[in-house]
Design a protein around this ligand. Structure first.
Ligand SMILES: [Fe+2]
Length: 473
């Protein structure tokens, strides 16, 4: 098959009105345990396809867990709609303006429609940017549900500790650095709460409808390199580039996050040590809901839309030979997340992070990414999102309940724009072949930009070899 190079360029890095009832429910908070995980046993379970045992919420995440609560809204509006948009990256003024222009739906507040906006993470790093986006979304949608992405976990951009500077001009040396990433996440979640944004499960029921409800379920997650089960690329020049400029030195999270008391930094900042400490710690934030029989019984007949920032399935990312940075596969997905999605069995799971729009159904679960992404991606793979705005992913008018109460039609529309994007079409028409080691032309072209680094590395090695030989001559 032949598709234009342009459309294949993928992300480098780096990738209440009408409410009658409203209640907040704090479900059983996960058991407080010391954070000790048998990594070897977990790795074995992973290899044999057995279930992960998600540990109790680790002590440093307890305060985060307290922010994540279940809310139930009953609206008297005739119809409920949900929209999705991830990776707003609104630290840039240009994306902030886009949000103000495209996340505004004049007239909705007067319509008989209750609107929910789902945001699967990466609104930004700077707390002012997050606050601005939360305010705009909360003013234009009846409910906003959000989960943190990796960029919110960066230490910089905290409100405390110094004078604000223009966001894009801040550097890693700014004095506005949170003590660690846990503190930063807590600050972001408190900002969301202050702006009326939900960070836990939200259930919406309609007083005028016999239908069961809609449950929007954020699943907190973090990636680990062992999630990548496909072979690494063997192209000699790619390996030389990796040797000269290791991916782990380029990946922003490894510099900008610090998970004090959760995982040693050298263990976290690695694409070869498969540490499950952080993925399991994030997954533990979901167990007060997924592990609560009463909660699961409550939402059993609902349409369930779940979402995470990271990927539950490797099939949702193009194969490494197509990626400008093949090592991206090491920092995008989570096995514990995949297990939780499998257990939840949502009608739709949304995610973000790779900035690659896609819409695929795998083992009976539909997965979708609809990212705004960075400016440089707006005329490439994120073009349909940039042009079209948030994607409508649920409409209660489309839902048809069967006699038993379970939805015969979930209310997730068909014929969505996400079904027409490049990678959706590619993987609906082509089988995945991770054994193919031939890099795509655009990947080869990008690698050439590293030629200078590779050559200087060769010179360094030659110089060192010469030094080691000189004393003998
Ligand atoms: Fe991300």
């Amino acid at each position: 098959m032949r598709i234009g190079v342009h459309s294949f360029i993928v992300l480098l890095f780096l990738v209440t009105v009408g409410v009658q009832g409203f209640r907040t429910v704090r479900l059983g908070s996960g058991s407080m345990t010391s954070f000790s995980i048998n990594e070897q046993a977990q790795a074995q379970a992973q290899a044999t396809g057995e279930s992960f045992s998600i540990p109790g919420i680790p002590a440093p995440f307890q305060s985060i867990s307290e922010e994540i609560v279940f809310k139930h809204v009953t609206t008297d509006k005739a119809r409920v709609e949900a929209y999705c948009l991830s990776d707003l990256h609104a630290d840039s003024i240009r994306n902030q303006e886009w949000v103000r222009d495209h996340c505004v739906r004049p007239g909705w507040k007067d319509d008989d429609v209750y609107t929910v906006m789902i945001v699967p993470g990466d609104i930004g790093t700077e707390i002012e940017s997050l606050g601005m986006v939360f305010s705009v979304l909360a003013a234009n949608y009846d409910a906003v549900v959000y989960c943190v992405g990796n960029h919110e976990c960066w230490r910089r951009g905290t409100k405390a500790g110094g004078k604000a500077t223009e966001p894009e001009k801040r550097t890693a040396t700014t004095n506005r650095m949170a003590r660690n990433s846990v503190d930063k996440v807590l600050e972001v979640l408190q900002c969301a709460r202050d702006k009326g944004v939900h960070v836990g499960p939200l259930r919406v029921t309609q007083s005028r409808s016999a239908y069961k409800g809609l449950t929007v379920m954020p699943l907190q997650s973090w990636y680990h390199c062992g999630w990548d089960k496909e072979p690494d690329m063997t192209d000699p020049f790619l390996l030389a580039v990796e040797d000269a400029v290791p991916f782990s030195r380029k990946w922003g999270d490894f510099v900008s996050c610090l998970w004090t008391d959760l995982v040693e930094h050298r263990e976290f900042a690695s694409t070869s040590t498969d540490s499950l400490k952080l993925p399991l710690a994030f997954a533990s934030l979901n167990t007060p809901f997924l592990g609560d029989a009463a909660f699961m019984e409550t939402i059993a007949d609902d349409t369930v839309l779940s979402f995470s920032h990271f990927l539950p399935r490797q099939e949702l990312c193009p194969e490494k030979r197509f990626l400008l940075e093949p090592n991206l596969a090491k920092v995008i997905g989570s096995d514990p997340l995949e297990q939780q999605v499998r257990e939840l069995k949502p009608h739709l799971h949304m995610f973000g992070h790779t900035h690659i729009p896609i819409d695929l159904t795998l083992d009976g679960v539909r997965y979708l990414q609809w990212p705004l992404g960075y400016q440089r991606e707006s005329d490439k793979q994120c073009g349909p999102v940039f042009a079209g705005g948030p994607l409508r992913v649920y409409d209660s008018d489309l839902r048809v309940d069967s006699e038993g109460g379970l939805p015969a039609e979930s209310g997730v529309p068909t014929g969505m724009e996400s079904e027409t994007v490049t990678w959706t079409k590619y993987y609906r028409e082509n089988a995945r072949d991770p054994t193919n080691m031939t890099l795509a032309p655009w990947v080869q072209k990008r690698l050439q930009s590293y030629e200078g680094f590779v050559n200087s590395k060769k010179k360094d090695v030659a110089a060192k070899n010469k030094l080691s030989v000189d004393p003998l001559t």
